[in-house]
Design a protein around this ligand. Sequence first.
Ligand code: NAD
Length: 535
Amino acid sequence: MTGGQDILKDSARNKSTAFSRQEREKYGLRGLLPYAVADLETQKMRALENMRRKAYDIEKYIFLNALLERNQVLFYRTLIDNIEELMPLIYTPTVGQACKEFAQIFRRAQGFYITPEDRGEIHKILGNWHEDDIRMIVVTDGERILGLGDLGASGMGIPIGKLSLYVAAAGIHPKHCLPVMLDVGTNNQEIRSDPLYLGYPQPRITGDAYDDLVEEFVAAVQQRYPRALIQFEDFLTPNAYKLLNRYRDRVLCFNDDIQGTAAVALSGVYASTRISGLNFKDLKIMFLGAGSAATGIADLMTSAFEAEGLPNEDARRRLWFVDINGLVVDGRTDLLPHNLPYAHKENQLNFVDAINHIKPHILIGATGAPGTFTEEAIRSMAANHARPAIFALSNPTSRAECTAEQAYEWSDGRAIFVSGSPFDPVTYKGTQLRPGQGNNAYIFPGIGLGALACGATRVTDKMFLSAARSLAAQVEQVQIDQGTLYPPLTQLQDVSRGIAQAVAETAIYDGVASMASKKDVETYLNNNWYDATYT
Ligand code: NAD
């Protein structure tokens, strides 16, 4: 029998001042709480007021984390009901700062840490985790945290933040979620030598040692949590591809930076045609940055063009890349394997010359390099097309290729602007323009939920394609009229549920689901939805 004090310390059971008189009697809580019995709404109001009093976003982040540790229901209820205000705090951009300062702001361990010293024992130590029915795992090795680089174990804020969004956006119960840090060391000398650094303070393990550790982790998860979906997050591009290619056909997994980003961008591109009036299959798209995010988008777009009837080669010819060394063309010797399908026969041009020569309708930035959408580049886009679409996807805000204001200003208000991190609306010559946020949070919760709801054994590309279509279809005309390509975040739960249904149907159709019908999926969604209320 646990005492009242223990219940108050257990975030999953603590209702704090919302415990009724009877409950206070029953659980030995009398005397441990002030007299008033508050309801969840009142508690939420108090929590919000407390949070808003903090002067800095990082302090709000710390406050929200502490709230989660105190009272799980109150944290998620507050997050769900105030998702527009709180998402930028628990996720990008503030989570970027929280990761950078992880060692300084650390209070209490959350999630699961695996280091090279756990080799041979990962299955055993997973037994230390208190929950047996884990369904969603978000794992990172911290080597490419947002656009911030190698933060080692300090990157743990990312899996934690993403899983909070699974709960808030897709109704997945927190007890089914497990954030994992594969702490294989860090090559970031500065944080490694910080006396406060909390990770494995060695250079990163690489090669077979790295691959074997990941393999052991995946095998241990499959053994201990056979239903779990593994979401790979913020791995450095070569590892991101290697792991995705190794596991996608044998494990229920996906890489959000590659596939989730792809679906959210594709959805934005679909929606942009409702503003530009162009036919999707006539579009030419140029990417600045040729890493995992941009290539993932291009790969999914290739499938989307193919679905419109274009042969593979014609589909790829619509997609052009510019990286740090200029236009990606077939004569270059410095390209990585994932660049080769898009290395077309063409002269090697610089970015602006490439825009003027190829005349893309859509420019997508995924460089992590701020300011790279220069005035000249945006003006060239605007000179070529009436409604150029500008996607500045790099996170956090400080890394965006350009700001919303710049995109509107330099295109005389004609750009359709999308960013990775949120930008405020901009008033341009008296008209209010609302930048869309191409946030992966529109996609990954629905993908994960859909996969769980149909008992998927794999996450296929077609599932991402249907997620993108479903998201684009959920953008209402009122958003399109304001130049916004995504639904409001306030509709995130409905959006995720809609995506989950579409994804599950595709999985069933593709034969990678263990549930047989839409009805089974509905039943799962209805019976498993976590809605953050006290029981
Ligand atoms: P990456 O390191 O794999 O790729 C970066 C690419 O950018 C490389 O090809 C590099 O050559 C190129 N690059 C860097 N500086 C450049 C410059 N000055 N000019 C031209 N090219 C340049 O990284 P990634 O995983 O592809 O992520 C890139 C960015 O995309 C990150 O900032 C990340 O936050 C962002 N991203 C956004 C979303 C989203 O908003 N939905 C999702 C995933 C990633």
